[in-house]
Design a protein. Structure first.
Length: 137
């Protein structure tokens, strides 16, 4: 979890993110998920190279992360916390609250060939990485 800067102000609070300062990559792309029906989720996948920061800019969602060995679930409901997702981590975004907005800062442009969309293929590649299933890259 990344605790982002917070400029508290009675007119409304402000949070900012600087690439290679608050997060360990330069920001090449921003995308956001919105109009997700309450309780819904988005499909799971992993990336060979992409690093991402996931922020619940409004509302809340659950993020499941899985490095091929361990699984952990994070609940995001504050716009000043981000979840950093390194390369080669499977992630699923679940249980969006109605009206939520999930903001994602990404280290690379959209590249379909960077995706693992099959969990079994992801785990096999992970275990082939260094023989331990742990990502040391
Ligand atoms: P995808 O990343 O597959 O999301 P999910 O796993 O939640 O379904 O994206 C869904 C579609 O949107 C897919 O066809 C690719 C397209 N897309 C882009 O064209 N550019 C982007 O930056 C992203 C994130 C997705």
């Amino acid at each position: 979890m990344v605790d982002l800067p917070r400029i508290a102000d009675p007119r409304g609070n402000l949070t900012f993110v600087e690439g290679s300062n608050h997060i360990p990559f330069d920001i090449a792309r921003v995308y956001y998920l919105y109009d997700v029906p309450g309780g819904e989720g988005r499909g799971g996948h992993a990336h060979q190279q992409l690093q991402q920061l996931v922020v619940a800019a409004s509302g809340s969602l659950d993020v499941l992360v899985d490095d091929g060995t361990h699984r952990e679930r994070f609940f995001l409901n504050r716009s000043y916390y981000g979840l950093y997702i390194p390369r080669m981590v499977w992630r699923e975004l679940d249980d969006f609250s109605s009206g939520s907005v999930c903001l994602v800062l990404a280290s690379r442009p959209y590249e379909e060939e960077d995706y693992f969309r099959d969990y079994g293929a992801f785990v096999a590649a992970k275990h082939g990485d260094n023989g331990t299933g742990l990502d040391t890259a």
